[in-house]
Design a protein around this ligand. Structure first.
Ligand SMILES: Cc1cc2nc3c(=O)[nH]c(=O)nc-3n(C[C@H](O)[C@H](O)[C@H](O)COP(=O)(O)O)c2cc1C
Length: 287
């Protein structure tokens, strides 16, 4: 897959044509159900592909932002074994399939949910595994609006990120989410370029996040890259874990393509980065 192109163009598709995806394309996608990337290959995941009539009416009012279920010709349902970081692992697996779908001309969108067991019941899924993702799938009817921030925009008033209109894919400026050496110290894009990290960081902010809240902040401290995430009262643990996984996946994908084979460590490095109370360090990597 050409990950760079995909990351530069992919967006959430919420309005779908009625047309179904051809069986050939679905077969190509299905190969990714087992072959796609994972955070931890030892965690068993099952991916179910279902059609609209098996899902949409059943989940109306109980999945999606405020019960606003997305109407699509197909859905992917992820079930996972419960192990350490199993939700983040699904974040990697699902996003890789969404990338593959995009490459095949097929759009998709994450659909949030509160009670996985209730959803399994409504869909008649009898499994011991946990429901870890719900994704809509189909051809874009191009009704979404998309707006991009410029990469070098510096706008301090945006440091407190507002929740943007959800169908508008706005992003915060680089200087609002990447700090150098310590929390709050604005990173110089030229320095990030010299370190070979600018492209990966700019790509990371394209990651999807719940309500487009873009809760991630990076601290680049010589060879250590620290990832902190904001907790908001209106998001739950599931959404925060997927949001973390998405930004890790986007960043890792570009570092893997442009620099070296990297992997994230969960938890905090030894040094105290004095992050504010509403943020917590979720992981770090060594470059
Ligand atoms: C965990 C998670 C849950 C999401 N749930 C929904 C949802 O229920 N409905 C929806 O329309 N979009 C949902 N999204 C998509 C985000 O709103 C979207 O990624 C964000 O607004 C950025 O837009 P973009 O993906 O087009 O760049 C979700 C994204 C994530 C990561």
């Amino acid at each position: 897959m050409n990950y760079k192109d995909i990351i530069a163009t992919i967006k959430s598709v919420r309005n779908y044509k009625k047309e179904e995806i051809s069986p050939q394309k679905l077969d190509q996608l299905k190969e990714y159900f087992t072959e796609g990337r994972r955070l931890d290959k030892d965690i068993q995941i099952e991916v179910l592909l279902k059609n609209k009539d098996e899902v949409y009416e059943q989940l109306k009012d109980i999945a999606g932002y405020n019960g606003l279920m997305l109407e699509a010709p197909h859905y992917l349902i992820f079930l996972s074994e419960e192990k350490d970081h199993f939700i983040e692992n699904t974040g990697y697996a699902a996003q890789d399939i969404m990338f593959k779908a995009w490459e095949l001309g097929v759009g998709s969108c994450w659909i949030t949910f509160k009670d996985g067991e209730e959803i399994k019941g409504k869909l008649n899924i009898n499994s011991d595994k946990k429901l870890t993702a719900l994704i809509s799938l189909g051809f874009d009817d191009n009704k979404n609006k998309v707006v991009y921030d410029t990469m070098y925009e510096h706008n301090p008033s945006k440091t407190d990120v507002k929740i943007v209109e959800d169908n508008v894919s706005e992003r915060i400026g680089l200087r609002d989410f990447v700090f150098m050496n310590k929390w709050g110290e604005i990173a110089d894009p030229d320095e990030l370029t010299n370190m070979g990290l600018l492209e990966a960081l700019v790509s990371a902010k394209r990651a999807p996040s719940t309500m487009n809240r873009q809760p991630w902040r990076f601290i680049v401290d010589s060879g250590t890259i620290v990832l902190a995430l904001r907790s908001d009262s209106y998001t739950d643990e599931y959404e925060e874990k997927i949001d973390a996984a998405e930004v890790m996946f986007y960043f890792e994908t570009i570092v893997d393509t442009t620099l070296f084979d990297m992997h994230w460590n969960f938890g905090k490095p030894e040094k105290d980065y004095e992050v504010p109370d509403d943020y917590r360090i979720v992981g770090y990597c060594i470059s």
